[in-house]
Design a protein around this ligand. Structure first.
Ligand SMILES: C[S@@+](CC[C@H](N)C(=O)[O-])C[C@H]1O[C@@H](n2cnc3c(N)ncnc32)[C@H](O)[C@@H]1O
Length: 220
């Protein structure tokens, strides 16, 4: 499985795309981030150490993690310079610059050491990654023993999902989103195969009203 089953758009992560994402993240999507941060901690049981947010964009999830997990050091990671600039501004405005640092790079080859991350979170980004197998191999490499991931997409719960989809469709009736689609049994099977191929035997796929989330665990 090299491509993502939901890839349907040609994304632009230039300044215009980054500003658009920032506007949506601060308005329609704003309530989802604290819920997703809490869901990530509940699903993984991890609340301490280093948390890396992959494809952090405007850094709303990174900021929610900083607030919900006061003992964690947070890294907001993105390959788009425009997104990182916006993320840095948001982090500074929120007074969280001492809790969150930004890092540049591509998920397919990350500038992190083996085992550097205790918790890896990511929302709405993997649907744009070029090669899921390479990306997840790299994610598993930087995951610490005892660490876990919460990677995928969604809006946190049923109520927020309905609310966000309704509002987005009101703004733009042609709005396309992976959350409107459903991963089928074959997608689950292909993800499971991919995780076995990269040598990750302990994983869970969450596919419910919270969204579609991959929880990989690295055991000794
Ligand atoms: C739809 S935005 C989601 C932003 C943020 N996670 C959120 O939920 O508000 C996707 C983000 O993933 C980033 N991204 C996409 N592919 C990437 C890659 N291969 N490596 C690093 N970042 C990537 C984009 O630059 C963009 O900021």
């Amino acid at each position: 499985m090299s491509r993502n089953w939901t890839q349907s758009r040609t994304p632009a992560f230039d300044e215009t795309g980054a500003r658009k994402m920032n506007e949506i993240a601060k308005t329609v999507f704003a309530p989802i981030y604290p819920v997703i941060a809490r869901n990530a901690m509940a699903a993984t049981g991890i609340r301490q150490g280093v948390c890396i947010d992959l494809g952090s964009g405007p850094a709303m999830l990174a900021m929610a993690m900083a607030r919900e997990a006061p003992e964690m050091d947070i890294v907001a990671f993105d390959f788009s310079e425009a997104s990182r600039d916006i993320g840095r501004e948001n982090i500074a405005e929120a007074g969280l610059a001492d809790r969150i640092r930004t890092e540049a790079g591509d998920v397919h080859a990350m500038p992190f050491d083996d085992g550097e991350a205790d918790l890896i979170v990511s929302r709405g980004s993997m649907f744009f990654w070029d090669n899921l197998k390479d990306a997840f191999r790299e994610i598993y490499r930087i995951l610490a023993v005892g660490g876990a991931t919460y990677i995928g997409g969604g809006f946190g719960n049923r109520e927020l999902k309905d609310q966000v989809i309704a509002e987005m469709l009101k703004r733009d009736p042609t709005w396309d989103c992976y959350a409107k689609k459903k991963a089928d049994a074959d997608s689950h099977r292909r993800f499971a195969e991919l995780f076995r191929e990269i040598g990750c035997p302990v994983f869970k796929i969450i596919d419910d009203d919270t969204g579609f989330w991959v929880v990989l665990s690295k055991t000794a």
